[in-house]
Design a protein around this ligand. Structure first.
Ligand SMILES: [Mn+2]
Length: 428
């Protein structure tokens, strides 16, 4: 059952119909002159989905404070309601990624709720970066790479538990991110710690069903501030290589030093068949977890440029896991997630507009200026109407944010959901 009345969406779409069609036709004409079929682009973009993380619909926080929002989800079922709204309005988020133990629930209840909301389950996320109340061993000094064997075993067992629940709800992937590392030079033996990590990760990998994938996520710093066990894509690649064919590297945009050439990392991982997918977000100074494309939409475009290029070459893995991973501290999380899903689609649409044969010619002639301009031309194209038309054709909202505000969904759920003082606002 959908949370927002289809009438709200339809009446808005009817109101926008004339101008949208005219603007769409005008862009279509322009693209025809460039040899591009606008409807083919619209179809591809409308079919492109990105997963929403269950924890994303709650208000985030920093290590300083968390300011709860109105009507925050109380449990995974409330979260799935919110995720259903995002997908209903944008048509861009067909799946939800669960975080265990935050979202632990009866499998059949989860399946029933997801079915009711028209959603499915994406990768499972384990959590060995914080202690749970019932837990025997602390992760203060690490989890999969801990010096103590019993703590490592506890972390391995937790990951296996995530696989088990995932199997029951139709997930086919496990994402592992650990907070393991060190805060002081000398605190840990860097080599021995990574060996312990690999041994533990192998135990998890051995329990992976044949049709599953294991994604490992690198992160340069935080919560460990001197070193992290999986600090960059090089280490991540070594893990994927060591574990086997079903292990892939996940690229979280925020988990790099400022100005790192992420699109190049993407290209390398594609070339060596180890790109697993993305956690989309944006950052200015560190792992800021800002909304996707809020700071640097060109970087997101350049990443999609690599993906589309690989797709054209036939080298793109068609099972990449695309997910949003952001912290919404000052916005309504539903609005941020809708906007971000649309930003991902926008970058994809723009990347599809690159004239690949013209670009290849500029590259082989070493015409740096024109090569750069070819990318810029695609990036400068306003593809908003392509995104909107794709949504309208799927009976989603031409303007999801406006439709959401008109629906007063947040006010409605705020009456049922009491203001919560805290709750886990994990950012991984
Ligand atoms: Mn992440």
């Amino acid at each position: 059952m959908t949370a927002i009345s289809q009438d709200v969406i339809d009446s808005q779409n009817q109101g926008a119909d004339t101008t949208l069609s005219r603007d769409y036709d005008a862009l279509g004409e322009q693209l025809t002159r460039r040899g591009v079929d606008i409807n083919a682009i619209t179809e591809k973009v409308a079919a492109f989905g990105v997963a929403v993380p269950s924890w994303g619909v709650g208000t985030g926080g920093t290590r300083f404070a968390r300011f709860p929002g109105l009507g925050e989800p109380r449990d995974i079922f409330d979260k799935l309601d919110d995720c259903g709204v995002i997908h209903q309005l944008t048509g861009a988020t067909p799946s939800v990624s669960l975080h265990i133990p935050w979202d632990k629930a009866n499998a059949s209840d989860l399946i029933a709720k997801a079915k009711d909301k028209g959603l499915r389950f994406d990768a499972m996320n384990s959590n060995t970066f914080q202690d749970q109340t019932e837990q025997q061993h602390s992760y203060k000094f690490g989890s999969l790479s801990h010096t103590d064997a019993a703590t490592r075993k506890q972390a391995v067992d937790h990951n296996i538990e995530c696989i088990e629940l995932g199997k029951a709800i139709g997930s086919t992937a496990l994402t592992v991110w650990v907070g393991d590392g060190s805060n002081f030079p000398g605190q840990t033996n860097l080599t021995a710690q990574f060996e312990r990590y690999l041994d533990s990760a192998k135990e998890v990998y051995d329990k992976l069903p044949d049709d599953w994938r294991l994604y490992t996520e690198h992160k340069i710093y935080e919560p460990a501030f001197y070193s992290t066990v999986v600090q960059d894509w090089g280490t991540n690649y070594l893990i994927a290589q060591t574990l086997g064919d079903r292990a892939y590297c996940l690229v979280d945009l925020g988990h790099h030093a400022p100005n790192v050439n992420i699109e190049m990392i993407v290209a390398r991982l594609i070339q060596f068949k180890k790109l697993g997918g993305f956690h989309f977000n944006d950052s200015k100074y560190g792992d800021d977890d800002l909304d996707t494309a809020a700071i640097d939409p060109y970087r997101l475009f350049l990443i999609f440029n690599e993906l589309v290029d690989a797709d054209d070459q036939g080298t793109l893995d068609q099972s990449l896991a695309h997910m949003l991973d952001q912290s919404h501290n000052v916005t309504d999380p539903i609005e941020s997630l809708m906007q971000s899903a649309m930003e991902v689609q926008r970058a994809y649409a723009q990347a599809l507009l690159v004239d690949r044969s013209a670009l290849a010619a500029y590259q082989s002639n070493n015409d740096a200026l024109m090569a750069a301009q070819e990318l810029k031309r695609a990036f400068r194209t306003d593809v908003e109407v392509i995104l909107a038309m794709g949504r309208v054709r799927k009976h989603c909202a031409a303007d999801p944010i406006a439709a959401y505000r008109r629906s007063a969904y947040r006010d409605t759920v705020a009456k049922e959901r009491p203001l919560v003082a805290a709750g886990s606002s994990g950012i991984v």
